[in-house]
Design a protein around this ligand. Structure first.
Ligand code: NAG
Ligand code: NAG
Length: 241
């Protein structure tokens, strides 16, 4: 009886290490401690694979693996006020991206490797109403990855530190007037363009970016990631028509 009980406990304890373990990631932020215009509010995110196995992450535009002006950061001042979001909402379906399986849709990090990406927060946030203050900046730490069985999983990176920036002066800048220079392209042609350019990551490329509340798909040109060799480019799914 007591032996059986002991075996059961042992089996339960042994299970997690027998199954393939989930990866571990750490996310660090760095940037200026003080800016006098939001134009200088550039925050660099560093995502480190702290595991001893490779991890294959999806370049989800809703995460810091993309420079798209999505609502990727939580920004609060000491009184709890936050800037308003004036970026872009995107529809992104990880399962579809996995099925399409384009190399540029993923960031593969070897054990100990990291990917560093600079984000211009003035593109997504307007501090006019929340005002001049010292803001704590935290990044969304949820990521999608593909496990050893080729299945989609989510993981939360540990977030050992937050970044604080005192913001004053110019509190908002107008977004680029995207709509005037946006032209319609079919998803196929966009995909091919991305493919053709994927070996030249520093070139600007056109990527379809369907907004949640627009009637027709539109394209815009994301800024490429800053580091050669680690330039994740979001591949977005087609908006429902
Ligand atoms: C920022 O938000 C304020 C209102 O809170 C608005 O009046 C202003 O036009 C916005 N600025 C930009 C550049 O979007
Ligand atoms: C979407 O656009 C319509 C008008 O085209 C508007 O009435 C509606 O409020 C918008 N929804 C959101 C969530 O912005």
């Amino acid at each position: 009886m007591s032996f059986a009980f002991f075996s059961l406990v042992f089996a339960t304890l042994a299970l997690p290490s027998a199954a393939s373990s989930s990866p571990t990631l750490s996310l660090f932020l760095s940037g200026p401690s003080k800016v006098t215009t939001v134009r200088e509010l550039h925050i660099t995110t560093t995502l480190v694979n702290t595991d001893d196995a490779e991890v294959k992450l999806l370049n989800d535009p809703r995460t810091v693996l993309s420079t798209f002006e999505t609502d990727t950061f939580t920004i609060t001042d000491p009184t709890g006020k936050s800037p308003s979001f004036h970026g872009v909402a995107v529809k992104y379906v990880p399962a579809t991206v996995l099925k399409t399986n384009l190399p540029e849709s993923f960031t593969v990090l070897a054990p100990g490797a990291s990917v560093q990406i600079a984000h211009d927060l003035s593109k997504a946030y307007n501090f006019t109403s929340s005002g001049e203050a010292s803001y704590d900046i935290v990044a969304n730490n949820e990521f999608n990855y593909v496990d050893a069985n080729g299945e989609l999983q989510t993981i939360h990176a540990s977030h050992p530190s937050q970044h604080t920036t005192a913001i004053s002066g110019e509190l908002a800048v107008a977004r680029r007037s995207l709509d005037k220079r946006i032209s319609y392209e079919s998803c196929d042609s966009v995909t091919q363009t991305s493919r053709a350019l994927s070996s030249r990551p520093l070139l600007r490329r056109r990527t379809m970016l369907p907004s949640l509340n627009r009637t027709s798909p539109r394209t815009l040109r994301p800024r490429p990631a800053s580091l050669p060799g680690s330039a994740p480019t979001p591949v977005l799914t087609k908006a429902p028509s």
